[in-house]
Design a protein around this ligand. Structure first.
Ligand code: M6R
Length: 366
């Protein structure tokens, strides 16, 4: 059942080229630059005029929500707020019938996310779900939704469900842009063509597995680890830190790279691994200077870089190259090495990777 892999988590990491393809199947037409999302098509008009989108989720799904904020604001120019479902439900949130609330949940059973949906529904908002488990509770209480179609995820640490959620959010952002006309057909065509090529690029990232295993060997005994990124690399940093802490029990924190100097920099010494998302995009130069700041304090730097980057390679301890891609698609690629890094470290530390202590696959209590 593990398909020859030692753990479900590794199997699910390797499934991502296929799960992302399944998620896009029948939804994109690259030649015509068109997106079809059957589950929400009745709301196409609503989306055209919506003034605000609120995303609610927990854990990894909340990280996917942050990538969604970036994508939707960038392409459809609609303001997005991303909320922890647990906070939202107890905050007397300001919601009106004009709002669209998007609830993201792999299991479709998370108690806090369900409660947040009920509150938003009472206030008259339109609720969409982004779920993986077909027929779960959340898809039954939402007005409409888009399934991720990643297939069953057994490992408690979410991997393929996350990249499928990000894929759906990308499709949703482009779908809204298509309705609103905020992107030209030629831009949509080029973005969809690139999105369509992402599974193949993920295959290339998976080929760095042995290198990542070697890096894991070097840092597996660390007590702490920092993950830093900017822009769409920030949610990737948060997700990398969550993966590491939940399965290896190493204390890990994700931060926007520029926040480093407002506190976390005090932690850096020769024992501290710092993982940077340092791909060639709009924040590249800024991230490079953050790397220099960490190296000046003798931190151990692991950098996720765009293939062919020799500049960062010279500065850091370990480099993992990923294929070049539009900034919007960075989370889909840069997350993969972090999943593998967490996996190998946890295995080397003798942890129960698929069922980490104190955690359940679906959190049905608040
Ligand atoms: O099923 P959900 O997506 O609603 O679950 C939300 C979180 O409980 C979940 O993402 C959790 O953080 C995972 N263990 C992360 O790997």
């Amino acid at each position: 059942e593990k398909g020859g892999f030692d753990h479900f988590m590794l199997k699910e990491i390797y499934e991502q080229p296929r799960s992302i393809r399944d998620c896009m199947r029948g939804r994109i037409n690259c030649e015509q630059g068109k997106i079809a999302l059957g589950g929400i098509k009745e709301y196409a008009e609503k989306l055209k005029n919506v003034e605000r989108i609120i995303i609610v989720a927990c854990g990894t799904s909340w990280h996917a929500g942050l990538t969604g904020e970036y994508l939707i604001e960038e392409y459809s120019r609609i303001p997005v707020e991303v909320e922890y479902a647990s906070e939202f439900r107890y905050r007397n949130p300001i919601i009106t019938e004009k709002d669209v609330v998007v609830a993201i949940s792999q299991s479709g059973e998370t108690a806090d996310t369900m409660a947040a949906i009920e509150i938003a529904k009472e206030k008259g908002a339109t609720i969409f779900g982004i779920c993986n488990v077909v027929g779960a509770s959340i898809p039954r209480i939402t007005h409409a939704g888009v399934y991720t179609h990643a297939g069953p995820e057994i490992g408690v640490a979410s991997t393929k469900a996350f990249t499928a959620q990000v894929t759906v959010l990308t499709l949703m952002a482009l779908y809204i842009a298509q309705q609103k006309g905020t992107l030209t057909t030629s831009k949509l065509t080029s973005l969809l063509t690139e999105l369509n090529g992402i599974p193949e690029k993920i295959q290339a990232v998976l080929a760095t597995n042995e290198l990542i295993k070697n890096i894991a060997e070097k840092v597996k005994d660390s007590r702490n680890c920092l993950f830093l990124g900017r822009g769409s690399g920030f949610p990737v940093a948060l997700e990398g830190a969550l993966k590491l802490k939940e399965i290896s029990y190493i204390h890990a924190e994700g931060y926007p790279a520029a926040e480093m100097k407002h506190g976390p920099i005090a932690l850096i010494d020769k024992e501290m691994p710092v993982v940077f998302i340092a791909t060639k995009n709009s924040s590249y130069e800024k991230v490079v200077s953050n790397i220099q700041e960490v190296k000046a304090r003798k931190g151990i730097v692991i950098a996720i870089v765009t293939s062919g980057d020799r500049e960062v390679e010279k500065m850091v301890d370990y480099c993992i190259e990923i294929p070049d891609a539009d900034e919007a698609f960075l989370p889909l690629l840069a997350t993969i090495p972090l999943q593998l890094l967490a996996y190998h470290i946890a295995v080397m530390r003798g942890c129960n990777v698929d069922q980490p202590r104190n955690l359940a696959k679906s959190v049905t209590v608040e």
